[in-house]
Design a protein around this ligand. Structure first.
Ligand SMILES: [Fe+2]
Ligand SMILES: [Fe+2]
Length: 310
């Protein structure tokens, strides 16, 4: 262990039992990084189970091994077409891949190569989602209660992709654009000096003003990147626009936005509702429907209710 290495987090759920790894894995103990598994060592399933039992969710890899890890992650997504793997496992695979991409979204969006790799992973997920009937619902149910912005972004992506593919959006390029925008929609949060994931009545007037700028800040962080499309930027810009002009920053009427925005904005609000209450989507869906009726197309809200009602 040396102090001059930079580490990046990886979700334990993205590591496949008994599969060969070609990167080093570290574990964080008391603020120090301990070498846990060496590149090319067998990573047996027992070790993964033991770590999960201990509540470990994140491991770390040296930043210089990131490309090896990303290749490994890509290979993992190829398992989506493996008929021997059941759909719940595949849905969790998608969720963990989304969280990992959400965690690395800001860094990956800084380079064309990093962004395109994220796009390729999203295309693989979309490809499977559109070819396997019934998978969308599994993906939507895989979203847990968000604990942080990364999990929130991943949840918005899984909820949106599942919902979009079930309300008639079948074009893989459109779904890929939607998924990328979901992963990036709140990157403007990184410019805020306070925690925005609290009920808004706990924020000061100045903080609310800054909070209302986060869609524009997100767009500003990406608008000089030629590889980030206008469609993705527009979805980020509009992601807080709801109802008849009661959202922000432009107070647009939701009915004037395209269907990708309508889906993203509903899933964003639904996941935030669950996050603030720290209850599952299933537990909050009824209250969400009552509290937010009129903010989103009725048929989309009814669809969301039907997915999460018992
Ligand atoms: Fe937001
Ligand atoms: Fe959000």
């Amino acid at each position: 262990m040396t102090s001059d290495i930079s580490y990046i987090p990886v979700r334990i759920g993205t590591l496949r039992p008994d599969d060969v790894i070609n990167f080093d894995i570290y574990i964080q103990v008391g603020g120090r990084y301990l070498h846990y598994i060496k590149n090319s060592d067998p990573f047996d399933g027992e070790r993964i189970v033991r770590l999960k039992v201990k509540g470990v969710r994140k491991l770390f890899i040296p930043e210089e091994h990131e490309n090896f890890y990303l290749q490994y992650l890509d290979k993992g997504l190829d398992r989506l077409v493996d008929k021997k793997i059941n759909v719940e496992v595949k849905a969790n695979l998608v969720k963990d891949a989304m969280v990992t991409d959400a965690e690395n979204a800001i860094r990956n969006s800084q380079t064309k190569e990093g962004y395109e790799h994220t796009e390729q992973r999203m295309s693989k997920i979309v490809g499977y989602l559109t070819s396997e009937k019934g998978f969308a619902k599994n993906v939507m149910h895989a979203a847990g209660v968000s604990q942080d912005t990364f999990q929130h972004s991943a949840n918005v992506a899984t909820l949106s992709l599942g919902m979009a593919s079930m309300v008639g959006i079948n074009s893989p390029p459109h779904l890929t654009v939607l998924g990328l925008a979901c992963l990036l929609h709140d990157i403007g949060y990184s410019r805020l000096a306070f925690n925005p994931r609290v009920p808004k009545d706990r924020l000061s007037a100045e903080q609310i003003k800054q909070y209302h700028e986060h869609p524009r800040s997100g767009v500003a962080m990406l608008s000089d990147k030629s590889y980030v499309t206008k469609e993705v930027l527009q979805l980020i810009a509009d992601h807080e626009e709801i109802g008849e002009g009661i959202g922000f920053p432009e107070k647009k009427r939701l009915s004037t936005l395209n269907i990708l925005s309508q889906v993203l904005n509903l899933c964003n609000e639904f996941d935030r509702y669950s996050l603030i209450k720290q209850k599952s989507h299933k537990e909050v869906v009824k209250d969400f429907f009552q509290d937010r009726i009129g903010c989103f197309p009725l048929e989309h809200m009814q669809f969301m209710s039907s997915v999460f009602k018992t």
